[in-house]
Ligand binder design. Structure first.
Ligand code: UD1
Ligand code: CA
Length: 447
């Protein structure tokens, strides 16, 4: 293992009782993803070799979420929350053969910047703590600095009045060599005001052994932890404001940025145009020059250059739009690939489909992809023309340059260059409309 290798421990076992929720706190969403996803993403920026999440409350749900967010992360269980030091102790067996730098983060603290974590991970001191100057130090742990070095951390509950005057506070983020962390965490006691094993005590223990300790400071906004629904809502507002500003700086056009909602991993290329009231769920990539018209909802999809989407369109996971594709109003697309130049103008559902280049999908087309048990595929060849109101009962294949007649229910494959027609033959009854109306009016007069 090289000297620069880093492991990450994310503490996420707490209940978050002030959320008043059945959902573990770290699974509440911010920017479209669970809170713990933010800590994991920030932590990934220092390129860790190992990632361990400590779960306790709702451990099963947290484990499932972590597996989705970061498949390489491992989960350590802390069935009883006996303190931050105890939480780290539960993670250490999973880092038994690791001897690099360990970075400890909180799963409920989403805004720590990658540059800040890089500064912590590369700092030469034996113990490095991320501190901040608090406008209102409240109940934060206080960082006691003596002769320019960090001497110890005193928890609010244990602090005397003079210590409580200190405004330099502990964010909870800490970096330390694995071997030292193992040694000092193993020696933590719980003889304190809270009766907990405080991770913060490792600083005093390290200093008593002649080890060095230092503080890296960051802006207070980075250390914001979520404890209540109000704080979650405020954090969401902050997150969105920042992402909107970043998108504008990156050369994205937004006519009303305040109404555009981003997810943690949204990627929008320069010269893309985003209309009012567009919501990006997780996993969206918009290439440069694409246009998303107002009132669209996108999630897990890719929109290529030159494509236009909306207004009022919904792109669901697995929607892949090629160059110059046009998706119009009231169109829903799920798990479908639309090759270059495809047009789906109005009122259509495409699910589990492939649509070849330049095919035109008429208004009201539906891929009937679900039979109540399984999902089935629809394939539409290049340059095909699907008539309005076609029901494509999957599995079904429409050939290249083939057509379907409007109002058709297509249950069999249509070969290349063929016309598929599946509807009742039209009957015309001369004069019958007039006779019916006359009879109806006569009936109304007598009642
Ligand atoms: C902790 C710090 C304090 C710091 C503050 C910043 C200690 C002893 N105190 O206090 O110095 O100013 O954070 O917010 O570390 N957790 C577990 N298992 C546990 C206990 C906690 O996983 O047994 C997790 C929580 O889910 C949370 C994080 O650790 O994400 C911090 O725990 P919390 O109880 O909020 O710590 P504080 O008392 O706020
Ligand atoms: Ca806290």
């Amino acid at each position: 293992m090289t000297e620069s290798s880093v492991a990450l421990i994310v503490l996420a076992a707490g209940q978050g009782s002030r959320m008043l929720s059945d959902l573990p706190k770290v699974l509440h969403r911010l920017g479209g993803v669970p809170l713990v996803g933010h800590a994991l993403a920030a932590g990934r920026s220092v390129d860790p070799d190992r990632v361990v999440v400590v779960a306790g409350h709702g451990a099963e749900a947290v484990t499932r979420a972590v597996a989705r967010l970061d498949p390489d992360a491992r989960v350590a269980l802390q069935p009883e929350q006996l303190g931050t030091g105890h939480a780290v102790a539960q993670a250490l067996p999973l880092l038994e053969d690791f001897d690099g730098r360990v970075l400890v983060l909180y799963g409920d603290t989403p805004f720590v910047a990658p540059e800040t974590l890089a500064a912590l991970a590369s700092h030469p001191a034996d113990v490095v703590v991320l501190g901040f100057n608090a406008a209102d130090p409240g109940r934060y742990g206080r960082l006691v600095v003596r002769d320019g070095a960090l001497d110890r951390i005193v928890e609010f509950k244990d602090a005397d009045p003079a210590t409580r005057q200190i405004t330099l506070c502990n964010s909870g983020v800490l970096a330390m060599d694995a071997a030292l962390l193992r040694e000092f965490v193993g020696r933590l006691g719980n003889d304190n005001a809270a009766g907990e094993y405080y991770l913060t005590d490792v600083v005093g223990l390290a200093r008593a052994e002649g080890r060095s300790a230092a503080v890296v400071t960051c802006d207070e906004a980075e250390t914001l932890g979520i404890n209540t629904r109000a704080e979650l809502a405020a954090a969401e507002a902050q997150f969105q404001q920042r992402r909107r500003a970043e998108a504008l700086e990156d050369g994205v056009t937004m006519s009303d940025p305040a109404t555009v909602w981003f997810a943690l991993d949204t990627v929008v290329g320069r010269d893309a145009v985003i209309g009012q009231n567009v919501v990006f769920g997780p996993g969206v990539t918009i290439e440069s020059g694409a246009e998303i018209l107002p009132f669209c909802h996108l999630e897990g999809c890719h929109v290529s250059s030159g494509a236009t989407v909306g207004p009022f369109a919904r792109l669901r996971p697995g929607a892949e739009l090629g160059g110059d594709v046009h998706v119009g109003n009231f169109v829903e697309i799920k798990n479908s690939v639309l090759d270059e130049g495809v047009k789906v103008g109005h009122l259509t559902y495409l699910g589990d489909a492939w649509v070849g280049e330049r095919a035109n999908i008429g208004a009201g087309t539906v891929t009937c992809n679900y039979d109540g048990v399984g999902k089935h595929r629809t394939e539409i060849g290049p340059d095909a023309f699907i008539g309005s109101d076609t029901m494509l009962v999957a599995p079904v294949r429409i050939g290249a340059r083939a057509m379907t007649g409007s109002g058709s229910v297509i249950t069999q494959d249509v070969p290349d260059d063929a016309l598929g027609l599946g509807r009742a033959r039209q009957v015309v009854k001369p004069g019958l409309a007039a006779r019916i109306m006359q009879a109806l009016r006569a009936g109304k007069e007598t009642t």
